[in-house]
Design a protein around this ligand. Structure first.
Ligand SMILES: [Zn+2]
Length: 301
């Protein structure tokens, strides 16, 4: 457990979202975060992770393909600029875009939902999303920073609204929605039982609990955001999963694990401590960020 905490130390804190935070704060246009976008949109090799799960994202931004007997599910679309890379990765693995039945989204921020409009067009899949994130997806805006051009995304229509605890089933695969508001109002993790090498595992595709560009005080990103974060942390303490996958590479040491994949019989993506270590550290960082924003607000008064 301690190793995992050490692994994450400083990672969440110094995460490269500061560029986004600055852009959101200053009402900048897209060119102001062009360097960040270019960095996050580096292509990456797709690969089989475990069970029915494949990585098809960019070097920085997660996108997950789930294979079932009845077709494919794609979770997250990266940036608007990531859609062609994700499509190419899916094809390189030998899958067909038109076999994708469902598109899911961890949360409606342009770096995870930006590619969904194109992906929906090119696959013909149904877009499923939480009620809390629906408006952001359908307007292509960043909740609470709707006027900031730098962080908009092509709008994508939601075909089916998902509630907390709802199950999305395709073939033999079942994904259960864990709606965990805070990072966005409809931030959704997905829980999925799998079998890999004849052993049962519980996968979590983790939305996010970082503060990132969110304003907490004095003018919150959305009303109730602080209570939402705290309730989400309390709830997450009860969640058990031994495969922790997410949407930014440093949340789960994506490429470190990738480099160890296949080197022994132990799959490096299986780690029963990782989820709770991440939640504990993220909760501490949330209170620290809240305190910092509160101090800054007082100084401005
Ligand atoms: Zn986000």
């Amino acid at each position: 457990m301690r190793d995992v905490v050490a692994l994450f130390k400083g990672r969440l804190a110094g995460l490269v979202v500061c560029g986004v935070a600055a852009a959101v704060a200053h009402g900048a246009d897209r060119s102001s975060i062009a360097a960040l976008v270019a960095e996050w949109n580096q292509p990456a090799e797709p690969f089989h992770v475990l069970g029915p799960i494949y990585y098809v994202g960019t070097e920085e931004l997660g996108a997950w393909l789930i294979q079932t007997q009845a077709g494919l599910i794609l979770l997250d679309g990266g940036l608007p600029e990531s859609a062609p890379l994700i499509e190419n990765n899916i094809k390189r693995l030998g899958f067909r875009l038109t076999d994708i039945r469902y598109l899911l989204n961890s949360h409606a921020h342009f770096d995870h939902s930006g590619g969904l409009a194109q992906l929906k067009r090119d696959t013909g899949a149904q877009m499923l999303a939480s009620a809390g994130d629906r408006i952001s997806l359908e307007t292509g805006t960043y909740l609470g920073s709707e006027d900031v051009a730098a962080v908009t995304a092509p709008p994508v229509a939601v075909d089916r609204v998902i509630g907390d605890g709802d199950i999305v089933q395709l073939g033999e695969v079942k994904l259960t929605a864990l709606v965990m508001p805070g990072h966005t109002r409809g931030c959704t993790s997905w829980l999925m039982p799998i079998r890999d090498q004849d052993v049962a595992h519980q996968v979590i595709f983790y939305c996010s609990t970082t503060v990132a560009a969110n304003r907490l005080v004095p003018k919150p990103q959305y009303p109730g955001i602080i209570d939402d974060y705290r309730a989400t942390f309390t709830r997450l303490k009860e969640v058990r999963a031994d495969v922790f996958l997410s949407n930014h590479k440093d949340f789960f040491d994506l490429w470190g694990k990738r480099s160890r994949l296949g080197q022994s019989t132990n799959n490096p993506f299986i780690n029963a401590d990782e989820l709770q270590a991440f939640v504990a550290l993220s909760a501490v960082e949330f209170e620290r960020d809240l305190a910092a924003q509160s101090r800054a607000a007082l100084r401005k008064e």
